[in-house]
Design a binder for this molecule. Structure first.
Ligand SMILES: O=C(O)C1=N[C@H](C(=O)O)C[C@H](O)C1
Length: 327
């Protein structure tokens, strides 16, 4: 903790990452009502619940929010709902900007700058087009210049985008004014990620973006994570990050192992189908519905993930996990 002159405190994360707070950010599912419409009331309750459980921030319209299956009015409803909750709770809002068109991304970010509450933008590496890495840098230079007050988080997810971005390019991106961090989701703990975390650019938040690798990235010093499975174990992810920051390695390793099991189960079928299935089974969203081309998760996958949530709760009493595992 860093003590301020007025006797207040701010977290180390705030001091270290001025553009974007570390911590656990939950990429919200978009709940659908029984008639198939977006259920804004359910989204609002879920958002409050996740912040009650200790999330630092919420992400609207991440991959987990099925943005490609929402029309513009629905996307606006989701953004406005999440923005209202984050404003009330003084939490960090991030909004996914899901386009591979540089001009359209710049337009979307300009629109975010006009929102009544401040937010960051989660901007994927331009997908499908497969530009050069120089093209990727030019893309982010253009979109950050469009709205300098909106911090941009680079979303590096090559298995979805088709474009690998190595650490040399990530360092060039980090040097751009307006780029505040990266959601690193490369499907591995690869050499580039290890090198990046060994010597992160000052003030640049490296966030774990692959649930199954999040415990490993946090162990290497990641500032936090944007993790769909944090819907199901918010407090445990927060405790995991805290344990690594506090150097409480025994607890962190034990908890990280259990959370890796949960994450693997939550991603056994396409995200967010399993997460929605468990949230519905827990009575936290009205239906488990997803929109095509996604199909609902199988009952077996939902049961398996729910079992991992129970394992977390059961192990809360074990010595290694005692203070860490209220799911
Ligand atoms: O919505 C997100 O942001 C996330 N999407 C990833 C994905 O679906 O590939 C998973 C991650 O947990 C968060």
């Amino acid at each position: 903790m860093v003590t301020l002159g007025d006797g207040g405190v701010m977290t180390t994360a705030d001091a270290t990452f001025p553009g974007f707070p570390g911590g656990i950010h939950v990429p919200l599912v978009t709940p659908f009502a029984a008639d198939g419409s977006v259920d804004a009331g359910a989204l609002e309750s879920l958002a409050h619940d996740l912040l009650d459980r200790g999330a630092t921030g919420l992400v609207a319209l991440g991959t987990t929010g099925e943005p490609a299956a929402l029309d513009p009015a629905e996307r606006r409803l989701v953004t406005d709902t999440a923005a209202r909750v984050c404003r009330e709770r003084s939490a960090r809002l991030t909004v996914g900007v899901t386009t591979n068109d540089t001009r359209a991304a710049a337009e979307e970010i300009r629109a975010l700058a006009a929102l009544p509450s401040p937010c960051a933008a989660l901007v994927p590496v331009p997908y499908f087009t497969r530009p050069t890495e120089d093209g990727v840098v030019a893309h982010y230079a253009h979109v950050t210049a469009a709205a300098p007050d909106v911090p941009v988080i680079v979303y590096n997810i090559p298995y979805r985008t088709g474009r690998t971005v190595g650490q040399a390019t990530i360092r060039r991106l980090a040097a751009l004014p307006g780029v505040a961090g990266i959601k690193q989701a490369v499907g591995a703990v690869d050499a580039d990620t290890v090198a990046l975390l060994a010597d992160p650019p000052p003030g640049f938040a490296v966030l774990a973006g692959d649930d199954a690798f999040a415990p490993a990235l946090l162990a290497l010093g990641a500032a936090g994570g944007i993790l769909a499975s944090a819907h199901l174990a918010t407090e445990s992810y927060v405790r995991l990050l805290t344990a690594w920051r506090d150097g409480d390695m025994a607890h962190a390793r034990a908890l990280g192992g259990v959370l890796t099991g949960l994450a693997t189960a939550a991603f056994a079928e396409p995200n967010p189908t399993v997460v929605k299935g468990v949230l519905h089974a827990q009575g936290r969203i009205p239906t488990a519905a997803v929109r095509l081309p996604l199909l609902p998760a199988s009952p077996a996958a939902v049961e398996a993930a729910a079992r991992h949530v129970h394992i977390l709760a059961d192990r809360a009493g074990s010595p290694a996990l005692a203070s860490l595992t209220r799911a």
